[in-house]
Design a protein around this ligand. Structure first.
Ligand code: HAX
Length: 438
């Protein structure tokens, strides 16, 4: 076994023992009550999931194993001369629970580079789809095609013991993450660059190699990718992509099948696809107003128009967050250093100034502040990645780090199949009637 795997297993065994004791001693303690409104309205705030990799505070934002995004940007290893954290380090942190050394990160980089070969049939599956197919659909089809490589599915078929599940899930996790950039870059070059593919460069880190395979060799873009792939990786367990991966994994579907469930969820416009929608919304506004740089007054009017048409303002609002997303702030900080004069970046900042009071003024939107998706497209566009339908694939590559690290934990901790109770409205009405009498 590699030493990262050994370290992970030792940590998971200790944690499993602790959880066993917690359940033995406190298993009947009530975490919270569930209201009728919560049952009907997306189960907001019901504490019913365990996810070890990160925790979201509604005011402060995400913490990965206790570390905020500014702390990660400070503490995670970087390439020599670089300023942004390597996502390999975040993966190590989420998986093992400790801040990695530079050697740990290099070890993960090298492991992923070694495992990055994508079998030909995966490219054939992509090629079988019309080129017009949305990149997220191509991405999901390719992940399913990669599933032929699942060590977990094979081992389960051979009849392994429950105690070994984590081992094969870990192996699949490492291989799948290693291969995703190649698959994603293939889809990008196929759809937008006349199928002129670029071979991987095994000497580069995971993010820089991904950027290189997509055709972006500007060192600043590689830095953006390191930041991007770090900050999109995880957002605790209840969001659609994380929850779907965890849920499907609980049926012992292998990591490929589980991850694709997360990705079909990420492809929804209220979740990851919002990054595409933000840029489309900005471009439509620019077109309608016939200007590259709409004024704050014009933006305010356009937001009101969007709302009056019964549409959402993409990139704003969140089911948990109640303040500006620190992932937005991290990207704004990057933009301040690298491209403060970019007109789309300026528009994103102007929207940030005018949108919150208007959204708040509706009286119903619980969080009028920007989320991660409000900023990412402007940065990508700045470096020439103008194909916004592809943006959610980038998000998906990053999200693999968190949801698959979590899946390793799920199997190492022996979590059972997930099966919450559902009710009918008839049941709720009867329940409420009884409560009212009593
Ligand atoms: N624009 C217009 N209306 C909005 C809104 C927005 N940005 N955000 C919320 N609302 C509306 C909701 O549609 C809802 O309206 P109805 O009562 O008419 O159904 C009402 O305000 C209350 O919603 P909420 O409780 O504040 O928000 P939810 O928890 O239900 O939804 C969403 C959270 C993120 C889905 C929502 O804010 C939204 O649709 N935002 C725009 C899309 C977006 O940016 N999604 C990405 C979120 C982050 C993410 O997952 N990234 O991947």
């Amino acid at each position: 076994m590699g030493y990262v795997k050994d370290t992970f297993k030792a940590k998971a065994d200790a944690q499993a023992a602790e959880i066993k004791q917690l359940i033995q001693e406190h298993g009947d303690k009530v975490l919270d009550k569930v209201t009728v409104a919560q049952a009907y309205q997306g189960m907001r705030g019901i504490p019913g999931l365990i996810t070890e990799t990160s925790l979201l505070d509604s005011n402060e934002g995400i913490r990965f194993r206790g570390f905020s995004i500014p702390e990660l940007r400070e503490r995670l290893p970087k390439i020599d001369g670089g300023n942004e954290p390597l996502p390999e380090g975040l993966f190590y942190l989420m998986l093992v629970g400790d801040v990695p050394s530079k050697e740990d990160v290099e070890h993960i980089s090298a492991t992923w580079a070694r495992r990055s070969h994508v079998p030909n049939h995966v490219f054939n599956v992509i090629e079988a789809l019309p080129a017009s197919t949305h990149p997220m659909t191509q991405f999901c089809a390719a992940i399913l095609a990669l599933q032929t490589e699942s060590k977990f599915a094979q081992a389960y078929n051979d009849g392994i013991s429950k105690k070994q599940y984590w081992d094969f899930v870990y192996e699949d996790t490492m291989t799948l993450i290693a291969r995703l950039p190649r698959v994603a870059a293939y889809i990008y070059r196929r759809k937008y660059k006349d199928g002129k593919h670029i071979q991987p460069d095994g000497m580069l880190d995971w993010s820089a190699n991904f950027a290189h395979m997509m055709g972006y060799d500007d060192p600043a873009f590689a830095e953006l990718m390191r930041l991007y792939l770090t900050i999109h990786a995880d957002h605790e367990g209840g969001n659609v992509s994380a929850h779907a991966t965890h849920l499907v994994g609980s049926a012992l579907s292998d990591p490929y099948l589980s991850f694709v469930a997360g990705m079909t969820g990420l492809a929804g416009p209220l979740h990851g696809l919002a990054n595409q929608e933000v840029i489309r919304w900005i471009e439509e506004m620019q077109k309608e107003l016939n200007t590259e740089a709409p004024t704050k007054e014009q933006i305010a009017e356009y937001i009101k128009k969007t709302l009056s048409e019964g549409k959402v303002v993409p990139g704003y609002g969140h089911a948990v967050l109640r303040k500006t997303d620190p992932r937005f702030t991290a990207q704004a900080e990057f933009a301040k250093v690298h491209c403060p004069e970019d007109p789309v970046v300026q528009t994103v900042w102007n929207v940030y100034e005018v949108a919150p009071p208007i959204l708040e003024g509706t009286g119903k939107i619980k969080n009028p502040w920007p989320n991660v998706d409000a900023h990412s497209g402007a940065l990508l566009k700045h470096y020439g990645m103008v194909e916004e339908d592809f943006y959610t694939v980038l998000f998906g590559v990053s999200r693999a780090l968190g949801v698959l690290a979590s899946l390793c934990w799920d199997r190492a901790l022996g979590f059972p199949i997930e099966r919450p109770k559902s009710m009918t409205t008839e049941w709720v009405k009867n329940f409420v009637a009884k409560e009212t009498v009593a």
